[in-house]
Design a protein around this ligand. Structure first.
Ligand code: NDP
Length: 250
């Protein structure tokens, strides 16, 4: 943890997968809205260091930690360290996610488990770790990053779509469990967004998706971050259990 302004008490936003792509855009957007930021990543130290530097330069305190979200104990340690070093977690956003796209007949059990463990178990671990302190304070806002694949299904993504449908069901159920404790839980379902994850798609698939998109283009990570920031904030104080597509009309 480092950065100026340690004497101030800004609300803290915790973002899994916050070093790149949508998570990175969310971290920047929430920082702009006045949050200090705790982010985790799996392996790309450089991306995390770059973002920490960028945030520190605008006076934001940052905890950037290498944490595999499939590891429940490591996630708990990360949340504990965040509360200790930065302060109470007001907002948690789960953006860590991976794809291993293949038709089911060609999909190894390993590909299935890697995706479900990261995308769904990872969200479970983060939500569970932040929930206890949020419940004690009777305040908090959680935003999970799902996908249109979890709403509509997508050929070649049985593992990914199942994990994302699971995230949506988890979020809606958790919203019902903790609403009376002052905690809101919402989800965004992005369509095709320009990040490293979607850069691996071949041009033909990309074109097919953009042709089916009302706005005729892929989205930007910042456009997803804007919706996440809204759901996370008090501006959405009567919104919980919602799943907002951010898909350009796919
Ligand atoms: P990126 O690949 O650009 O970034 C993924 C981020 O997640 C990185 O910070 C990565 O860390 C982190 N991460 C991956 N696995 C783990 C893990 N096991 N533990 C901790 N961190 C991990 O992806 P996007 O930004 O595109 O995707 C973000 C989320 O948005 C995902 O949940 C994805 O499913 C969802 N989404 C994306 C869409 C798109 O078109 N891009 C569409 C719909 C949903 P590191 O850099 O260290 O690997």
């Amino acid at each position: 943890m480092n950065g100026p302004g340690q004497e101030t008490s800004r609300p803290v936003a915790l973002v899994s997968g916050g070093s790149r792509g949508i998570g990175r855009a969310v971290a920047l957007r929430l920082a702009e809205e006045g949050h200090d930021v705790s982010l985790c990543y799996r392996g790309d130290e450089q991306a995390a260091a770059n973002l920490r530097k960028e945030l520190n330069e605008i006076g934001v305190r940052v905890l950037a930690r290498r944490v595999d979200v499939t590891d429940a104990a490591a996630v708990r340690d990360w949340v504990d360290a965040t509360e200790l070093e930065l302060g109470p977690v007001a907002v948690a956003v789960t953006s860590a996610g991976i794809t291993r796209d293949r038709p089911m007949l060609l999909m190894s059990d390993g590909d299935w488990h890697d995706v479900v463990d990261t995308n769904l178990d990872g969200v479970h671990h983060v939500c569970k770790a932040v929930l206890f302190p949020m419940m004690k304070r009777r305040a908090g806002s959680i935003v999970t990053v799902a996908s249109v694949s979890g709403l509509q299904g997508n050929a070649g993504q049985t593992n990914y779509a199942a994990s994302k449908a699971g995230i949506i069901a988890l979020s809606r159920s958790l919203a019902k469990e903790v609403g009376r404790r002052g905690i809101r839980v919402n989800s965004v379902a992005p369509g095709l967004i320009d990040t490293d994850m979607s850069a691996v798609l071949d041009d033909r698939v990309r074109q097919q998706v953009t042709e089916r998109t009302a706005l005729g283009r892929a989205g930007l990570a910042a456009e997803v971050a804007e919706v996440v920031a809204f759901l996370a904030s008090a501006r959405a104080s009567y919104v919980t259990g919602a799943v907002l597509p951010v898909d350009g009309g796919l």
